[in-house]
Design a protein around this ligand. Structure first.
Ligand code: CP
Length: 317
């Protein structure tokens, strides 16, 4: 594996799941692979799970880890070429990236959608600059449009908890007070479309995702119909994708909050969310605290997905 930014980089999905199973059962088996190698983790945005799970994954592989929060202690970076740099940004990303690349063997980058330009967000300008200018294998720790380490962990979790070969998995929009990117639902859809699961997306009208990520999913606007007989309910908020509303909140309707009444329509479904989650906006206390909630197991599998990916990147160095 050269870089990891989407499901397309993982190869055969069944083999990716087998590799993850091996990593989970043998977390310290590959320490020689990472010895004297350094992972640099670059955060343009906040994180709890990605920060901790990716560090843990690298430590399991015997690596050294450096973490840089761009907005806390680093120079502010200019990202546009051609700008006269007479403002508050003293360093250009085109120097900063190769310098960062010179200090490490692989780089993880977190850079969310900025909602200033849909074109820049959907062209993944930041992470693609790291790929182009760092000279090192780069992996996404959530980029503008995709969060593949999360989706890989989601898939591993579904495989661990599924009771039928081809479960019904439902991605449901849920309300949130702030405008959030489409990265998690886009990515989840990509990974679910790489399986043979029955995959349904439900959301209010106006929250349609990019067709290229929706793929073969069934889009069902009637949420009660979507929940019926589901084996997994995966909740997430996202802002509008389509113009002229890109990045806007169109609804905070709490009829879409995942609650016991809607969960009762399912096939005793497991509840999933990538976290952090706003209780009683996205999901009620009783659902997230129920025996069917697997959010903690899902988060724990972030170590497994990160370790599986970093291991493949190290093998390619
Ligand atoms: N799910 C996830 O990526 O969590 P963090 O934003 O805390 O890293």
């Amino acid at each position: 594996m050269k870089h990891f930014t989407s499901v397309k980089d993982i190869g055969n999905i069944k083999q990716a799941l087998e590799r993850a199973k091996y990593v989970k059962e043998n977390p310290f088996a590959d320490q020689d692979l990472g010895r004297n190698k350094t992972l640099l983790m670059i955060f343009f945005n906040s994180s709890l799970r990605t920060r901790l799970s990716t560090q843990k994954a690298a430590l399991n592989l015997g690596m050294n880890v450096i973490v840089l929060d761009i907005n806390q202690g680093a120079w502010k970076l200019e990202t546009e070429r051609g700008v006269i740099m007479d403002g508050d940004k003293p360093e250009h990303i085109l120097e900063a990236i190769p310098v960062m690349g010179s200090y490490c063997d692989t780089i993880g980058v977190r850079a969310f959608a900025q909602f200033e330009s849909k074109e820049d967000d959907y062209n993944e300008v930041i992470i693609n600059q790291f790929i182009r200018y760092s000279g090192k294998p780069v992996f996404s720790m959530e980029a503008a449009t995709l969060h593949p380490l999360q989706s890989y962990a989601d898939l591993i979790t579904i495989e661990e908890f599924k009771k039928t070969e081809r479960p019904k998995v439902v991605l449901t929009w849920a309300p949130h007070p702030r405008a959030l990117p489409q990265a998690v639902p886009n990515s989840f859809a990509e990974w679910m479309n790489a399986t043979d699961y029955e995959f349904v997306i439900t959301h209010p009208e106006g929250y349609e995702l990019d067709d290229k990520f929706v793929g073969n999913a069934i889009v069902e606007y009637d949420k009660e119909k979507a929940y019926k007989d589901a084996d997994f309910i995966y909740a997430k908020n996202w802002s509008a994708y389509r113009d002229p509303n890109y990045g806007k909140i169109l609804s905070t309707d709490r009829a879409w909050t995942v609650d016991a009444q809607k969960m009762a329509l399912t096939n005793n479904a497991h509840f999933m969310h990538c976290l952090p989650v706003r209780r009683n906006m996205i999901v009620t206390d009783d659902v997230i605290e129920s025996a069917q909630s697997i959010v903690i197991q899902e988060a724990a599998n972030r170590v497994v997905s990160a370790q599986s990916v970093i291991k493949e990147l190290l093998k390619g160095i």
